[in-house]
Design a protein around this ligand. Structure first.
Ligand code: NAD
Length: 497
């Protein structure tokens, strides 16, 4: 894939996102391709190969050979190659940011932030040899017990459209530093960013076949899950699909970690700081046009916080489509989001700000747009109160007490994130120790843990054990070997001799 030349939002042809197998760009064996939309412009920017089981077979066969040499490369040397990759990614940050902005529809500053977060995950992997290696201990006279982390072999990951390069970087660096060969199936809606990432990894010295791409949709995913050569499988996407693939992988006895969707609640109590809270609620719910699993889609207003609600609405009104709020991924998603707003209004919610039929940016009239929307008096039973909308829609649920608010958050089946806005430490601790969510915030609306603190939700937001980044992520891609050895060759009288 050639350098992506865009330096603004003008429609730019990216060609065809092909499979990267054995260090070469190859078409899917079927020859099938699908159009890839630039959501901002509303026209295709290229095509993507649509692979099936035959392509997966080929990738696994090559990976099995490449992995042997990669695992035999000392971990410090593997880390050096990942470090070189990091240098190249930073050097290409502008290009990568524009590429993500084009394929996903994000505004470019958000695309850049997502690439930087991906690079942070790479830093975590580079630090593994220094930070999370096994240990050795003399447990008895002359006898050492040692714990080693060993590679699993060939492993795979499948990712969603909303963070085309960040989410893959939760997986790939930790899988690679462990000595595995990694096969990624990007979203067919956003297949280009990782083409450049993989190309730069090979330029940095990663041997061909160690990090491969198989493009496509459901048939490629199912082939990866089913292939006996794939030893571990990670997935990030909607809860419906996460559940399906987790069940399929574990029925085959595979190690699997599958992250799903979310419905995150921000609980605002009367002692919350007015300006900070309002700005934060708006950033959390409208950032990435609401298309992120950490978006606050519900604000639970406890007691009288009307001044904060008013400030939220005023700030949402001031946001400009295409400048501060990016595009929606496709027309189907626009229809789903607007239908949610229609249903909520029909069910009795109060529309404080209506983003349906918002005026598109002048330079992008054919794009997929929904303006910031705020619904008040939503109930937890309405679809807007309990379903993941995945758009720039903030639902406000009113509650009389903090306990009622916590119960609303905890009754929701998801468990990705929850946050409390307060200026009282005791109130904050009371709430976060009761929230049924894997990632909690105090006066922080997008409580994404920075590395080395690991990312992962609870309940219907995650199927499997452990987090996907941090030390858990590394452990997921490895198996522990325990070695007990005696080299002193002296006799002793313990039961271990
Ligand atoms: P999606 O579930 O539709 O697709 C995700 C991946 O699964 C894609 O690569 C797609 O090709 C594949 N896929 C789709 N249908 C499939 C099927 N029936 N069988 C097998 N594979 C299938 O998700 P999306 O629309 O791309 O992304 C948005 C979703 O991802 C949201 O629900 C969001 O909350 C979630 N998400 C979660 C996290 C998290 O960390 N928990 C992070 C980012 C996104």
């Amino acid at each position: 894939m050639p350098h992506f030349p865009a330096t603004d939002y003008t429609l730019t042809d990216a060609g065809t996102a092909q499979n990267r197998i054995g260090g070469r760009w190859v078409a899917a064996l079927s020859g099938d391709t699908l159009g890839v939309l630039n959501p901002r412009i509303g026209h295709d920017m290229g095509r993507v190969a649509m692979s099936d089981a035959g392509d997966v077979d080929e990738a696994v066969a090559i990976a099995e050979v490449a992995q042997v040499g990669w695992a035999a490369t000392p971990i410090k040397a593997r880390a050096q190659i990942l470090h070189n990759w990091r240098v190249l990614l930073e050097a290409h940050l502008d290009e990568l940011s524009w590429l993500v902005a084009h394929e996903n529809g994000k505004i470019v500053s958000e695309a850049r932030a997502s690439a930087l977060k991906g690079i942070e995950c790479l830093e975590m992997a580079i630090a593994v040899p220094n930070a999370i290696q096994g240990g050795i201990l003399e447990v008895s006279k002359g006898i050492n017990c040692q714990h080693r982390y060993e590679a699993l072999g060939v492993v795979a990951g499948v990712v969603p459209f909303n963070f085309p390069v960040m989410v893959p970087m939760w997986m790939a660096p930790l899988a690679l530093i462990a000595g595995n060969a990694f096969i990624l199936k990007p979203s067919e809606k956003t297949p280009f960013g990782m083409c450049r990432f993989v190309e730069l990894a090979e330029e940095a010295g990663l041997p061909p076949g160690v990090f491969q791409l198989v493009q496509g949709g459901r048939p490629a995913v199912e082939a990866l899950v089913d292939h006996p050569g794939i030893k571990a499988f990670a997935f990030v996407g909607s809860t419906r699909v996460a559940k399906l693939v987790y069940g399929r992988a574990t029925a085959l006895g595979k190690r699997a970690l599958c992250l799903g969707g979310a419905k995150n609640h921000l609980v605002v109590v009367p002692d919350a700081d007015l300006q900070m809270t309002a700005t934060n609620v708006v950033a959390s719910s409208m950032g990435s046009a609401g298309q992120r699993c950490m978006a606050a889609s519900v604000m639970i207003a406890v007691g009288d916080v009307q001044d904060i609600v008013d400030a939220v609405v005023a700030q949402c009104k001031a946001l400009t489509l295409g400048v501060e709020v990016g595009a929606i991924v496709d027309a189907d998603a626009v229809a789903r989001i607007t239908q949610h707003i229609d249903f909520a209004v029909a069910a009795g919610a109060t529309l404080l700000l209506d983003g349906r039929n918002a005026t598109p940016p002048a330079d992008a009239p054919d794009g997929c747009w929904v303006g910031p929307t705020v619904l008040d008096n939503v109930t937890p039973e309405m679809p807007a109160g309990c379903d993941e909308i995945f758009g720039p829609v903030l639902s406000i649920i009113r509650a009389d007490t903090l306990d009622e608010a916590i119960a609303i958050e905890n009754d929701n089946p998801y468990g990705n994130a929850a946050a409390i806005y307060t200026s009282d430490g005791g109130t904050a601790e009371y709430a976060i120790s009761r929230f049924e969510a894997g990632m909690c915030g105090v006066n922080v609306g997008v409580p994404v843990p920075r590395e080395p603190f690991a990312f992962g939700g609870w309940n219907d937001s995650r199927f499997g054990h452990g987090d996907i980044t941090g030390a858990d992520g590394y452990r997921f891609w490895t198996r522990g070997k325990k070695v007990t050895s005696k080299w002193a060759l002296s006799s002793d009288n313990t039961w271990m001799s």
